[in-house]
Design a protein around this ligand. Structure first.
Ligand code: SF4
Length: 284
């Protein structure tokens, strides 16, 4: 169950994404998966490289499209555990339409976002998660757009599993990924993963000062969506832990009429050589 491979990540030393890679590898082993039972699908960005750094099936997709690919992989290979991953620019800008619809579809995929509030691969531009006033090459006088409240958006979009963590907290992050994999439905795990090269505002120290662990909030109940929303708004979204889970909502697969757990890729579709030739002839 070794999810490490021989590829050396080319992330900058100190990048938060290293911990996310380690957490995915540990969580996958902890839930008893074998490498051939896992597929990691990523989008574009520094974080998108992660699919090449894990010993599993992998697909490095195109910008903002990790989720459509991941959902297709899951529907055709129903026995695979599917993790989609990428950055905040990838998933919450160009890919946001897919993110919202995957959330409400509740297909059994775990989506891990490495949120560094900047575009790192293209050398530092303001992202949808950057705060107002954030200065980069694309906003030299400071961003005038508000930061997207992703966790709140997920809750109002019908999410059944919403969690957030910080890349230095490997123990919590690993546990949340394990819970996300085991959740029967779509799980969104947003990870504050500092970009040490281009984001000089949201640093490790900044997160340590500003994040609140839900475990320190007395009486916090992750099954209470209203409380989750209030808590997020009170803390400007800067909380870590399992924010919300609804384990009773059936997944997309469970609701599809006649759905079978047998992977389409292995199903007997009654295709014979003659039928295949006929089918091909139709398109000639
Ligand atoms: Fe990580 Fe930023 Fe370097 Fe990209 S540019 S690898 S996000 S530290």
């Amino acid at each position: 169950k070794d999810f490490r491979n021989s590829v050396k990540p080319n992330w900058c030393p100190g990048c938060g994404d290293f911990s996310v890679q380690a957490a995915i590898q540990r969580a996958s082993a902890n839930v008893g998966l074998e490498p051939h039972e896992l597929a990691v699908i990523s989008g574009i960005g520094c974080s998108g490289r992660i699919s090449g750094y894990i010993n599993s099936y992998g697909f490095h997709g195109i910008h903002g499209r990790a989720l459509p690919i991941a959902q297709g992989v899951k529907m055709a290979n129903r026995d695979l555990t599917v993790i989609a991953s990428g950055g905040d620019g990838d998933g919450f800008a160009i890919g946001m339409g897919h993110t919202v619809h995957a959330i409400r579809r509740n297909i059994d995929v775990t989506y891990i976002v490495m949120d560094n509030q900047i575009y790192g691969l293209t050398k530092g531009q303001t992202s949808p998660r950057s705060e107002v006033g954030f200065k980069t090459k694309s906003t030299p006088e400071g961003s005038i757009e508000s930061s997207l409240s992703v966790m709140e958006l997920a809750l109002t979009s019908g999410a059944t599993f919403v969690a957030q963590s910080f890349s230095t907290n490997l123990k919590e992050l690993t546990s949340l990924i394990e819970q996300g994999i085991q959740h029967k439905g779509f799980s969104l795990i947003n990870v504050f993963s500092p970009c040490v090269t281009y984001n000089k505002v949201n640093t490790y120290d900044w997160f340590k000062e500003n994040l609140t662990s839900l475990s320190t909030i007395e009486g916090y109940d992750a099954n209470n969506r209203m409380q989750a929303m209030h808590t997020l708004m009170e803390h400007n979204g800067l909380v870590t832990g399992l924010i919300y889970q609804n384990a009773h909502q059936p997944s997309y697969q469970q609701l599809v009429h006649g759905y079978s757990e047998e992977p389409l890729s292995k199903a007997d579709l009654g295709m014979t050589e003659e039928k295949f030739d006929e089918l091909v002839a139709e398109f000639m």
